[in-house]
Design a protein around this ligand. Sequence first.
Ligand SMILES: Cc1cc2nc3c(=O)[nH]c(=O)nc-3n(C[C@H](O)[C@H](O)[C@H](O)COP(=O)(O)OP(=O)(O)OC[C@H]3O[C@@H](n4cnc5c(N)ncnc54)[C@H](O)[C@@H]3O)c2cc1C
Length: 415
Amino acid sequence: MAGGWCSTRPPSITSGRSDAQGRIVAGGGASLSALIAPAIAAGWFLPVTPGTRHVTVGGAIASDVHGKNHHRDGTITQHVESITLLFPSGETRAVTPESDAELFWATAGGMGLTGIILEARIRLTPAPTRFITVDTYRTRNLDQTMSLMTEYDVRTRYSVSWIDLVTTGAQLGRGVLTCGDHAPLDALTPGTRDDARQWKPRPAPPVPPVFPSQVVNRLTSRLFNEAWFRKAPAERLGELMPLETFFYPLDIVDRWNRVYGPRGFVQWQCVLPFGEEARLRRIVEAFVAGPVPAALAVLKRFGAANPGPLSFPLPGWTLAVDLPAARGDTLAAFLDGLDRGVVEGGGRIYLSKDARMRPEWLDVMYPRLDEWRAVQSRVDPSGRLTSDLDRRLGITAHASARVHGHGTRTTGDAG
Ligand SMILES: Cc1cc2nc3c(=O)[nH]c(=O)nc-3n(C[C@H](O)[C@H](O)[C@H](O)COP(=O)(O)OP(=O)(O)OC[C@H]3O[C@@H](n4cnc5c(N)ncnc54)[C@H](O)[C@@H]3O)c2cc1C
C-alpha cells in the first residue's frame, strides 16, 4: 500500500516544549524504516515496532502491531494520537480517541477496512542512543523458557524468546531469551558516543531467487535450530547491540523469504491466555511431531488488551511459527487442528499473519466482531472497502453475507 493513496511526505518530528514527549507526524505510506533515523537523531524511537522495519505506518496501525514490549507498552495504536482517514464517500477526517473513540479503536487492527490511513500522529519513546543494552539467556527446555520470560518481563522493556520447535525429548522448547532496553549515552565507549544518534544501517544483501522449494526441510531446520542454539551464549549480560540487530534480525538479509523457494512459507501466530500453559505445551509438541518442520519460532508474552475490538493481543503467550508451504492438504489440516485447540483455550489467530484460517472461527476468536461491524458499516454503508482477507474470512458484514450465505453463519465446525 506504500505510495499511491497514502502520503509519503517526510516525517516531521516535534519534541514537546520540555522535551518530555516526542511526536512524529507521518504519512500512512511512510515506511517505519524511514522514521527511525530522524527519530533517533532527535533522541526518540518508535514506541512499538514489529520484527521488520519494512512496514508502513498505515499497515502497522491497520494490524495494530505489537513488538517485544507489549507487556509494558501495548500496541502501536496505544501511542497514536490522531489518524487521518479517507472514507469511501471521499470524505477525509482526522479521528482521535476523543473525537470518535469507536472509529479510532475499530481502525486499530481493522485491517484497513475502516478507511485508508493517510496520516498519523504518533508519540515516540525516549532513546538516548542507537544502541540497546541486551541480556541473553539460553534455556534448557520449555518450562525454563517460560519461567525465565515470566521473571524477566517484569524487569525489562523488551523481551522475546526464539524457541526450538525441532528438538524433542528433555530439551523440548529450549530457547534463547533476549531482553533489553535503550542504552544510555554513558554506557557507550567514547569513540561510539560521537555517532550515538546517527542511525545508518548497512544495506542488506539480497538472497538470490535460486532456492528450490525443498531447501527448508527437516534436516536443514534441525541444523539451523542447532546452530542458532549453540551460537547463543549460556548467559551474557549488558551487551551493546545496534538497534537494527536487536529489533530486526531478519532484515539483515533482503528477501530472506526466498530461501523457502517458489512455494514460499506459511506463518501461524496464535495467542493463548495466561493459565493455558499446558495447551501451549501441547501445541509445541504438535509442531515438533508435525507434518512439516518449524523453521523458526518466536514466543512472547502479552500484557493488557486495548479497547480495539479486532486488536489481536490479549494477556497471554503468543507463539509465531514459520513453516515451509507444502503441497496437498496435510499442512492445512494440521493447522486447522491447532486453530481448534486455540479456540478451545480462549485464544485467537493473528489476522495480519493469516492466509489460511477457516471463516467459521472468526467470530469465536474475535467475539466483539459485531460491535466492530456496526462501526465499519457506519463509514462504509455500501460495502466498498474489502480485501482478499475480508473476502475469505467475511470480516465486514457485506463479505460475511457472501462467505456465510446471507447471514446463515455456522460456528465451531472446523473438524
Ligand atoms: C519479518 C516480519 C516480522 C513481523 N513481525 C511482527 C511483529 O513482531 N509484530 C506484529 O504485530 N507484526 C509483525 N509482522 C507483521 C507486520 O507488521 C504486519 O503485517 C503489517 O501490517 C505489515 O504492514 P505493511 O505496511 O506491509 O502492510 P500490508 O502488508 O500491505 O497490509 C497489511 C494490512 O494493512 C492494511 N493497510 C496497509 N496500509 C494501509 C493504509 N494506509 N490504510 C489502511 N490500511 C492499510 C492492508 O489493507 C492490510 O489489511 C511481521 C511481518 C514480517 C514480514
